[in-house]
Design a protein around this ligand. Structure first.
Ligand code: NCD
Length: 312
């Protein structure tokens, strides 16, 4: 088992052994983190730059913690403090970062494809921390780790991804990963928020929550991403909740042991009822955050060793 690439830009195109390698390594980091002995010297002397052109709390903190736990020097650059505000282009930023000899570059950007463009211009290994509506690979990996630890497998499970599919990079990365590992993926949402190409990704498309949730093992809710909508296709939050919001009534259609997930940040009362989100018997939302640190440690560890040098 191996991961042989220099960067982690997307899940699409990864093979099951590459995903399996990262998940197995992440699993060992979960145990290490829980043992309290996580401070290691693996990345001592290496520089990790968190380059965030979009707001983020959990993803940025998670990468920061992961880097620090492995001993890296971590620098956070956010758009409000960087010279991007002074009109510097993405490529000038890349040249500047290159001159700083950073080893690992974590990028979040509002435009799909920005991390790939940077990856072509910098020497560092680039990790996509979410680009536009394209992909968010570490989120899909942490979701898969959460599912695998709880259910013992991914293959054969029925996963319903619900809500604003159209604007969700989390949905795209998850669809690719779950389908690659053999899960049955369903997507459900209002017709305006489910892109027509969803059926081409090997998913089953629904426009009714109860039908989509019937017999599901995993119910993955998505945030309604208003900031990515040019005009509001959703009439009101109350109406959205009525049809697409997850409450116990709709959840009853899923398997009795179905797990509820959400990548955060949650719009409580819009896509998910607080009572469901906070129910420890059903919701694994906090566990997803814990898995996020372990997955990012596994990714930083793997990429820092360089392509072809990470066979186990
Ligand atoms: C997601 C993102 O930024 O794409 N959040 C995250 O990384 N935790 C999902 C979202 O913003 O809704």
């Amino acid at each position: 088992m191996f991961y042989s690439q220099k960067h982690l830009l997307q899940i699409e195109g990864l093979h099951p052994p590459e995903i399996g390698y990262l998940l197995d390594l992440a699993e060992s980091y979960v145990l290490l983190n829980r043992s309290g002995k996580a401070q290691r010297d693996l990345l001592r002397g290496r520089t990790l730059i968190n380059l965030f052109f979009e707001d983020s709390t959990r993803t940025r903190t998670s990468f920061e913690l992961a880097g620090k736990r492995l001993g890296a020097d971590v620098i956070n650059m956010s758009v409000s403090t960087s010279s991007v505000n002074k009109g510097e282009t993405l490529l000038d930023t890349a040249a500047t970062l290159n001159a700083m000899h950073c080893d690992l570059l974590v990028v979040r950007h509002g435009q799909s494809g920005a991390p790939r463009l940077l990856a072509e211009k910098v020497d560092a290994s680039v990790i996509n921390a979410g680009d536009g509506t394209h992909e968010h690979p570490t989120q899909a990996l942490l979701d898969a780790l959460t599912i695998k630890r709880r259910k013992g497998r991914i293959a054969g499970l029925t996963v319903a991804i619900c809500g604003d599919i159209a604007h969700s990079r989390v949905a795209r990365s998850n669809i690719h990963l779950l389908a690659t590992l053999g899960a049955h993926v369903r997507v459900v949402g209002p017709p305006t928020l489910v892109p027509p190409e969803a059926a081409l990704w090997g998913t089953e498309v629904f426009h009714d929550m109860v039908h989509a949730l019937e017999g599901a093992d995993i119910v993955m809710m998505l945030r309604l991403q208003r900031e990515r909508m040019s005009r509001g296709p959703v009439p009101s939050e109350r109406e959205y909740f009525r049809f697409w919001g997850l409450d116990f009534k709709k959840l009853a259609a899923a398997k009795p042991d179905a797990l509820v997930m959400h990548p955060g940040p949650m719009n409580r009362g819009v896509e998910i009822d607080s009572a469901v989100a906070d129910d420890p018997r059903r919701s694994v939302i906090r566990e997803q955050v814990e898995m996020g640190v372990a997955v990012r440690m596994a990714v930083l560890d793997t990429l820092s060793r360089g392509p072809g040098r990470n066979a186990i």
